[in-house]
Ligand binder design. Sequence first.
Ligand code: DC
Length: 195
Amino acid sequence: MRFCVAIDGPAAAGKGTISRAVAAHFGLAHLDTGLLYRAVGMKGGDPVAAARSLSSEDLARPDLRSMAAGEAASRVAVIPEVRAALVAFQREFAQREGGAVLDGRDIGTVICPEADVKLFVTASPEVRAGRRFAETGEGTFAEVLEQVRARDARDMGRADAPLRPAEDAVILDTSDLSIDAAVARACDLIAARRG
Ligand code: DC
């Protein structure tokens, strides 16, 4: 069966944690599409050429989770040719036999507009910066908050596939939810659609 769950949302809202947990719970394959953009951003050189030649080694770099990689990803993600080069891989993944969960910024709007379930996971900028700061220990809280706000502005403001909830997405605000509560809510929503 091809069952597709699209999970979008801004940086550090909890979508990665929720996506991994629901994929494990329902036995679905999981693709963190942010990693593709991070790998392109960190490869250096011409980003379009990097996106067209992305390899499994590029995706295995140990530094892809750093703040620098997130920043680099957000910058290359505004380039339409970079986005176009990554579409086929994501759509093929979404069509996997057995079903898939994809998380990113444009999964419910552009990559899988026909997804069976669409979640938009969000939280206030302050809560997201607090989580990112605790997780990475990089910089000060004020610097991380500044970066979160700048990244939101870039991801939401770009012309091609901007970050926004699909019209039929369920909004899951995790500002006041524990990880367990957010995962439980996501699992309930998916179970209801899966029947
Ligand atoms: O989810 P993340 O923090 O790993 O994503 C890093 C950047 O990559 C994000 O700021 C914007 C870009 N991105 C995107 O434009 N589209 C996606 N589907 C996933 C990520």
